[in-house]
Design a protein around this ligand. Sequence first.
Ligand code: HPA
Ligand code: ZN
Length: 335
Amino acid sequence: MKEFIKKLPKAELHIHIEGSLEPELMFTLAKRNGVDLPYANIDEVKQAYQFDNLQSFLDIYYQSAAVLITEQDFYDLTWAYLKRCEEETVIHTEIFFDPQTHTDRGIAFATVINGINRALNDAQQQLGISSVLILCFLRHLSAESAMNTLQQALPFKQYIGAVGLDSSEVGHPPEKFQQVFESAIAAGFLTVAHAGEEGPPQYIWDAIDLLKVSRVDHGVRCIEDPKLVEHLRERQMALTVCPLSNTKLKVFENMSEHNILQLLEQGLAVTVNSDDPAYFGGYLNQNYLALHESLGMTKAQAVILAQNSFTASFVTAQQKQKFTKQLRLYAAKEG
Ligand code: HPA
Ligand code: ZN
């Protein structure tokens, strides 16, 4: 199964690039930029990565991002992730970035996006990996700050496919960002939002109705509202589910309690993703493998999950067909 997953052509649709910052690169960048870290060594970093909930993770995640200063830092971060994609047969990836985490520390928006974008271009040229970049607004900050960030993004519009919403969910409902999302849609962006990770099913309804999202990030708490489950199924609204993240942040106590295959069997368009792989114990294939080991995911289910990742991606119909063909060939040979 491990080998089957490794070579399975797939897309990743929920990865925060700042969450792919491995401790080794964190130390390298800290040294390069003269930034003090609250850790003496990599063991201490790994010790610190024990979380009770989303907020306990976010506190550490934002702190670590302080080592990212230059355009080259953002390039190196993104390139390291893309090399992992190559190893894991992730042939397409849709990457979140959090500009406010950086602009609030005085790093220019252009520094962030130019570094990331250069790595994405190199990945297309050198590794054959395609990508879409998604700008996320931090929901614990004000709507005004989000609107200001959207303005800063407009000169780089050709690099960005969609806007999203991440950070502390509970207490920061979708309606807080309705106007920002309206402006983003008017500017030509697609929209997504984290909803129903820790927040209630109502936040999923509101992400769909108020923010007009094309996908829901996480969304696992939909299961508490049968009408919502039916709505998601009917609309084939994709959920970008992150199994290892959900267990590390205690959305589910154990992987054996995760509901992703239950949702899949009910006909929902669920996908598998890594969220913040450097913090949650694994990249995309580790997430697929965990579903096999703890929930008995079969090869046939893995193929459907991979198909869902292509169907729910933000590429042209022609590109989706190309991905699907590659997956079908693989499944026919190895499935
Ligand atoms: N939820 C909200 N914000 C985030 C996450 C997440 O899982 N990962 C990085 N920022
Ligand atoms: Zn996320």
